[in-house]
Ligand binder design. Structure first.
Ligand code: SF4
Ligand code: SF4
Length: 454
């Protein structure tokens, strides 16, 4: 298998292109991948195409940074930009993939073969291997280790108290490169795994529908287990309420997305080696897979398959993993979704995260929430600015708030009862930028449970 095709039901053409985009595998194990002169040459080639195009200027800070460098150079062209400044563009990319999936007319099969996100990833990988990433940033992306430590009951209290104390936040800032005003999530010692273990389980006869088999093994995710255990519990309750057998994946490590964003591909490889045998076995035993966070689904659906195109287990996991609302809407089409909602949700400012949008599955969360009577949705399809660690780090926090501002303003204008996003970090980031927040943001899965009254 040489290329990754869009998932079933995906749009047939990228914006501005006539043919469906194909994604070439990431050549991270080839000798030339880490060759710095070759990388600089490719950066110059692609930067020059982008300079002539400029249609991504509003997507993120990477493109304005590039265009400012060009416009302030002596030649007004890319050849006037110092190669030592190329990294300034790379720093601003958080690998959301929107430029590739929604804007670029020059992605393969176009002969110009522009894959801006993966070129940024290659540049990040080269920088990481050269030792250019500080230890504080590496610590910040060690999510599993963090979660494990911070979920020990006494440590949980200390971690959450430190989060609220300005003095301690300064120290945290030094250790982890976190901006003192950035919103940090709470940790929970009553983890998702502990909560789900206490729920009543059932094993209904599986009822396949479309590509779903009716049995789901949930990849809990580090964030789900330690930072939002209630959401994982709600997901399990909602799936079981709809006659789906559910279990948690027996053990897991971070999906690898935070390390990917850092360019630490060796860590991504280590995590993949831990996760894939467990996930692959579950698929072989007849389970579908699901994760409550779009970035983690995207990792198994796109990034890992592009790193290991020849690995049959990786490809089997890619085909078996689903976004929760994508899954439920497949079931709905077969008449297998309970639509007897008991409680209205009121006014919901719902944000569709980039890492869900680029999966090309359509706005499934919006479609399902719209089925709930007494629910008014403000649908926001724009970058929240959080993007992994971008919204936390000292150097990028202010820029991330600038990106979040129009989203927060739109939510404020709608005066919602609740803010929601499939990405809990994005929801918190938006609420953090709003003037008036009535209640804490809620994951759409939690809203669904609320609507069922279960
Ligand atoms: S992947 Fe996202 S953050 Fe990176 S350059 Fe493209 S749009 Fe910007
Ligand atoms: S990534 Fe593609 S669409 Fe975006 S500026 Fe570059 S060439 Fe244009």
């Amino acid at each position: 298998m040489g290329e990754l095709q869009p998932p079933q039901g995906a749009g047939q053409a990228g914006e501005g292109g006539l043919r469906a985009p194909t994604r070439h595998p990431l050549a991270w194990r080839e000798a030339g991948f880490y060759d710095e002169p070759a990388l600089l040459k490719e950066l110059e080639r692609v930067y020059d195409i982008c300079h002539g195009c400029r249609r991504c200027v509003s997507l993120c800070q990477a493109f304005p940074t590039l265009f400012d460098l060009v416009d302030n150079s002596s030649t007004l062209e890319v050849d006037g930009v110092a190669k030592s400044d190329y990294g300034k563009v790379v720093e601003q990319c958080y690998l959301c993939d929107l430029c590739y999936q929604t804007k670029c007319p020059y992605v393969p099969p176009h002969e110009w073969n522009v894959d801006f996100p993966h070129l940024m990833l290659r540049a990040k990988a080269v920088e990481f291997r050269q030792g250019g990433v500080p230890a504080s940033r590496q610590r910040l992306t060690s999510t599993t280790a963090f979660g494990k430590l911070a979920s020990i009951p006494v440590v949980t209290e200390i971690a959450n108290a430190a989060n609220r104390s300005p003095a301690m936040r300064k120290l945290v800032g030094k250790l982890l490169d976190v901006h003192p005003d950035a919103h940090l999530p709470e940790f929970h010692s009553n983890t998702a795994r502990r909560r789900v273990a206490r729920l009543p389980a059932a094993a209904p006869a599986p009822r396949p529908a479309g590509p779903t088999r009716g049995r789901v093994a949930v990849f809990v995710t580090c964030y789900g287990n330690y930072n939002m255990p209630q959401v994982v519990e709600d997901l399990v309750v909602v799936l079981r309420h709809n006659g789906i057998e559910v279990k948690l994946v027996e053990r897991e490590r971070c999906c690898g997305m935070p390390k990917l964003e850092l360019g630490d591909l060796d860590a991504v490889d280590r995590y993949k080696r831990d996760n894939l045998p467990v996930l692959g076995r579950a698929v072989g035993e007849g389970w579908d897979l699901m994760a409550p966070i779009p970035s983690c689904v995207l990792m198994f659906r796109q990034e890992i398959p592009l790193m290991y195109p020849e690995d049959a287990e990786v490809q089997a996991v890619r085909r078996a993993i689903f976004d929760p609302f994508e899954y439920l809407m497949h079931r709905h089409r077969a008449g297998l979704l309970d639509t007897a909602f008991k409680q209205p949700l009121g006014r919901v400012a719902y944000h569709a995260p980039c890492h869900q949008r680029v999966q090309n599955i359509g706005p499934k969360t919006r479609e399902l929430l719209a089925l709930i009577p007494g629910t008014e949705l403000e649908y926001i399809e724009r970058c929240s600015g959080h993007d992994g660690t971008y919204g936390l780090r000292k150097e990028t926090y202010e820029l991330s708030m600038k990106i979040a501002r129009p989203v927060a303003a739109r939510a404020d204008k709608f005066a919602p009862d609740v803010v929601s996003s499939d990405c809990p970090m994005a929801a918190d980031h938006i609420a953090h930028g709003m003037k008036d927040v009535k209640r804490a943001p809620a994951h759409p899965v939690s809203l669904l449970r609320q609507a069922y009254g279960i």
